[in-house]
Design a protein around this ligand. Structure first.
Ligand SMILES: Cc1cc2nc3c(=O)[nH]c(=O)nc-3n(C[C@H](O)[C@H](O)[C@H](O)COP(=O)(O)OP(=O)(O)OC[C@H]3O[C@@H](n4cnc5c(N)ncnc54)[C@H](O)[C@@H]3O)c2cc1C
Ligand SMILES: *[C@@H]1O[C@H](CO)[C@@H](O)[C@H](O)[C@H]1NC(C)=O
Ligand SMILES: *[C@@H]1O[C@H](CO)[C@@H](O)[C@H](O)[C@H]1NC(C)=O
Length: 444
């Protein structure tokens, strides 16, 4: 998170990064080597082989932040409002991901998943089922597909326990969703990385932190509109003129974007931490599928904030429970970058056992045989949220900025900012790349 502060610092008027004149011109700069930035840079280098694409990542390898701290679930596209980008891009991304996994030998398994309901939650799974039957393929002009969107099945308590005998007898209904699966997200990211490296005009640049971005307007016939991207690497900083910028910087994307906006237009950001626990012990001996409870929708929580503390399997069959949901409140100084070290974030990401009793309580509501002693703290991840607790549904947000009125009129020289790319961001990554390239950057 150090870069987040570096960036914010660059933005304020007394910042240490002074404007620099660009030394070279490139076609595309993608900020952030998480799964989303990788998917975008991969597709850019494939779709525009003669143009230069640079993916800038502040760490020394890909996927060091949100993309390495998640459930690795290929979501089916079940939960979100039908017309939302989350639904559209999850459905499309899911299929693109299965295709890519098969083609590139990326480990994955289409496990299917069960959403299980107690008697007071029956209407929730019935509602999900009714919605899934009505889902249609998104009608993008570059897409033609009429295959099954979702083929969910409503099950009785007995049928659910036939599939998963370890489930509680309190479970009276379930929704079977065969399209859900799991993927080795690191192999997936490596395959994208390899494609970029192998392309002639695509490059991955590590240990490079974007610290400042300025609009660049053409002054004479010899210059052009674009964005001056200043990056710092090993103490040195340099600037390049990017014709287009795609910002996929995850948790920092708001900070980055805010840097070019007046205070009144800045986007607030909220952080929701999710902790996992690994499990070895009784009560799960026959588990074969992913199992999700119904999301908690009590007075202080909204179903869209988290899918509930669920059971995931990895490709080795290891069982994990999580993630739970805890809103965290970084001190103002951490967000605005007025302090030097990243202690707050580092501490937040250390797994600790204080969450285990609550995770145990949540899990035993559907798997009664699970014992507290078998739980161990596992990964911790942070969801970048655009809305505050209890505020309901927030879609992915793709924000466009232009360096000049002229560029805006011609839809040229975009800076596209990807905001709020929380779950199902991994599943949607290839579809996010598709919509950005086919829908926003091509045919202008
Ligand atoms: C607990 C949890 C569970 C989840 N489970 C699932 C799931 O099961 N299935 C699913 O589909 N999705 C899931 N998600 C969502 C998914 O993990 C994210 O949507 C996705 O990983 C986001 O990827 P990203 O590339 O946007 O962000 P990141 O992976 O965070 O990538 C951003 C990158 O930008 C770099 N960066 C930032 N600022 C700069 C800068 N100034 N200069 C250079 N580089 C910079 C960072 O170092 C980082 O590598 C989950 C998320 C969480 C938190
Ligand atoms: C890559 O860029 C160079 C320089 O612009 C160009 O000559 C070359 O043809 C490009 N490669 C491909 C595969 O288009
Ligand atoms: C993307 O990143 C750049 C630089 O890091 C920033 O200026 C821009 O505002 C960011 N966009 C978003 C949506 O964060």
């Amino acid at each position: 998170m150090r870069a987040l502060k570096g960036l914010a610092r660059a933005l304020n008027d007394h910042g240490q990064y002074k404007y620099k004149h660009p030394e070279s011109v490139v076609d595309f700069v993608v900020i952030g080597g998480g799964v989303v930035g990788l998917a975008i840079a991969q597709r850019l280098s494939e779709s525009f082989p003669s143009k230069s694409t640079f993916l800038l990542e502040r760490h020394t390898r890909v996927g060091e932040e949100i993309s390495s701290r998640n459930s690795e679930v290929i979501h089916s596209g079940l939960y979100y409002p039908s017309e939302s980008l989350k639904t559209t891009l999850c459905l499309r991304g899911r299929d693109l991901m299965y295709e890519r996994c098969k083609k590139h030998n990326i480990p994955f398994r289409q496990t299917g998943k069960l959403v299980v309901a107690r008697s007071d939650q029956r209407s929730y799974v019935e509602g999900l089922h009714a919605k899934s039957l009505k889902l249609k393929w998104p009608g993008h002009p570059w897409l033609d597909s009429d295959q099954t969107v979702l083929s969910t099945q409503l099950l009785s308590g007995e049928e659910v326990r036939e599939m998963e005998p370890d489930l509680s007898t309190d479970i009276v209904a379930g929704l079977w969703c065969p399209q859900t699966g799991i993927v080795d997200s690191h192999s997936f990211m490596e395959s994208l990385e390899k494609d970029i490296m192998d392309s002639e005009n695509g490059s991955l640049v590590f240990a490079t932190n974007v610290v400042r971005i300025d609009r660049h307007q053409k002054t004479t016939a010899s210059t052009e509109d674009g964005w001056v991207v200043q990056a710092s690497s090993g103490g040195d900083s340099y600037a390049i003129l990017a014709r287009n910028v795609i910002n996929a910087s995850g948790l920092s994307s708001v900070t980055v974007r805010n840097s070019i906006l007046p205070k009144s237009k800045r986007i607030p950001m909220f952080y929701a931490k999710g902790s996992y626990a690994s499990y070895h012990g009784p009560g799960v001996s026959k588990i074969k599928h992913l199992i999700y409870p119904c999301p908690y929708t009590g007075p202080n929580a909204h179903a869209f904030e988290s899918l509930g503390t669920h059971l995931t399997l990895d490709l080795q069959g290891k069982i994990r429970f999580g993630p739970d949901l805890e809103w965290i409140d970084p001190p103002e100084s951490e967000i605005t970058g007025t302090v030097e070290d990243g202690d707050f974030w580092t501490k937040e990401l250390i797994p600790d056992s204080s969450k285990l009793p609550e995770i145990h309580r949540a899990v035993t509501s559907y798997l009664p045989g699970v014992v507290l002693e078998g739980l161990r703290p596992d990964d911790v991840g942070i969801r970048p949220k655009l809305i505050s607790p209890g505020r309901g549904f927030q879609d992915f947000l793709f924000h466009k900025d232009y360096p000049s009125v002229d560029a805006e009129r011609n839809s040229n020289n975009l800076m596209i900012s990807l905001l709020g790319i929380e779950s199902p961001g991994l599943t949607s990554s290839l579809a996010i790349a598709e919509i950005i390239i086919e829908g926003m950057l091509k045919g202008r």
